[in-house]
Write a new protein. Sequence first.
Length: 564
Amino acid sequence: MPNKLRWFALLLALVFAIGYPALVGAAPGGPASGTDTVNLFTQQEPSCFNPTADACQMFVASMVRSTIFVDAVGLSSTWKYSPEMVEKIPNLKDGDWKVLPNGKMQVTWKIRQGFTWQDGAPVTAQDWIWARFVNLHPDFPTAGRDVAKRVDNILAPDPYTMVVQWNKKYFGANLSVAGSSIIPKHATEKLFRAAPSKFDQAWGTGVPTLGNGPYILKQWQKGASITVEANPNWKGTPLQPANPTVKRINFRFISDTNTLIANVLSGSADATDETAIPFVSGLELEKRLKSEGRTDVVLRAEPGLVWEHIDLNTDNLHLKDKRVRQALIYAINRDELVNQLFEGKQVVSHSFLPEKHYAYNKAVKKYNFDPAKAKALLAEAGYTPGSDGILQKGGQRLSLVFMTTAGNRTREQVQQVLQSQWKTVGVEVKIQNQPARAYFGDTLPSRKFEMAMFAWVFSPQADCEGLYTGDTIPSPEHHEGQNYSGYKNDEVTKICHAIPEELDQAKRVEMFKRAQDLWVEDLPVIPLYLRSDYTSHKAGLQAWLPTGADTPVTWNAPAWKWSR
């Protein structure tokens, strides 16, 4: 059988060999625990909720965190920014955002009064000022230092006014306060000052995690569930109204796709988030619901800014050679992968930006399926076949460990398909997966991988600073930064640091194009496809509005309500 057909046969076998368990639990119908509760099932469990910590930025953590924390500005399902904890979004026209003659900026924020932390302490300017201080501490592993360093100072003429003095221009200066998420100073200062490097482990890892949002973290059964309950003192914002109908949200963690879908079909799950149902499983579930005439479950795939890719550790003996990295992408047929596995409903990716991002480079170099080119590049890099057909160089087999989140059916199928294709060009790939908590909490930030498949979920205004700048590479000792591949290109670093300083979007687009051209040539990451993630909910759950961006589906949880 030709190689191309061999992997396709393997793919079909994988898709059709895995069935669903028999229905279990409650019968289909209304909410499992009453009209004031939503049982939301997800495949991954967060490791922590600290808004400022790098290790706490996984998507599922943000889903839970958005119910217990609210920041200055929020993003809706229509990708419109709205004021949350502030009276308005500053802008250049009104003068509360000023570009000064020396190239610096000043942004004035007015905080809405009456909001409190869940222990009754008022939310004031000092909480954002404190968050910036935490982000700037050299011993604290944070994802927000790049933006925080652009700020000289935050002045507070009164408890509900902040004047942010920027030392350089920043195009997103009115979408976050100094790039720092809010944290309660009165409840965290002592913990932080005692051990800054341990703050991500000391706070936000259990109950209580003191928030300022519409729900309160009530229970965390590690490995099983998290429960949040409505905050009786929540006064409401434009995006998150007061007095929510849903008083309780139970987040249930089910790592196995088949078990999770069985709970959807049985009625035990009121809803599932963007990580719960891998796309292949969603396609099958959609067909099953239709064939059975089921109208009690609403399944939807929201196209957006989710980028599935494989980070390549460029410190690896083999992967440090650009020719090997390019050979790996030439050896895989991504077009046929998405057509057969996803019925053509996912789009092959060619850059680090999704196509819906305003600065996507349509003319960027494309790596089309070309196994002959892959073999030629590997030969050029000095690899020769061993007795078993696996390439080797200097006595070292070209063998790589390929990791992703355990239990994710789609990713595991993609892994096996790619493993088979790479073998045809002489590359041995061993699959070794981990639970999401360990994978995102330690393996990626510590760079303890060779090939790692996961997704970045972007905001509409996302830039490349922190992802592909050479000075934001984390290490096993310091998890700061998200340049997990260890990519270093001086020009890309310069561009990605400069993009946020350009207020003119058209000029940012041109800078992004150059960065993408360089990045695609260097290829520190294999871009796979752009995801349209499935979510599900019972038909009676209203106001369920996925965003398709980095704002999770819980962004408007207080607006959810049941109808019978």
